[in-house]
Design a protein around this ligand. Structure first.
Ligand code: SF4
Ligand code: SF4
Length: 91
């Protein structure tokens, strides 16, 4: 599943550099997550890094982007290939 950032975001800036997929960027009023780049950290970490670090717990699952583990792994492999980086094997 891709995650999303709600308007409870306080723009503290700490999540953006933690994302291994460069999925987080500043939006019009608060930070946002590009769903096509969010793998829920699959392929990189056991837990979503943005959720772990967010001080106000404003990063739920995006209701419109519910994805299986398989599809998250496929997204991870696509992103790695686009970046010219090797991909680790699926756990
Ligand atoms: S869950 Fe991982 S990939 Fe998705 S936005 Fe957060 S840090 Fe980035
Ligand atoms: S860590 Fe949470 S509060 Fe801080 S910028 Fe990211 S989403 Fe917003």
């Amino acid at each position: 599943m891709a995650l999303t950032i709600t308007d409870e975001c306080i723009n503290c800036d700490v999540c953006e550099p933690e994302c291994p997929n460069d999925a987080i960027s500043m939006g019009e009023a608060f930070y946002q997550i590009a769903p096509e780049r969010c793998t829920e950290c699959v392929g990189h970490f056991d837990e979503p890094q943005c959720v772990q670090i967010c001080p106000v717990a404003c990063i739920p699952v995006h209701p419109d982007f519910v994805e299986s583990k398989e599809s998250l792994w496929a997204k991870y492999r696509r992103l790695q290939a686009e970046a010219g980086k090797p991909a680790v094997d699926q756990a």
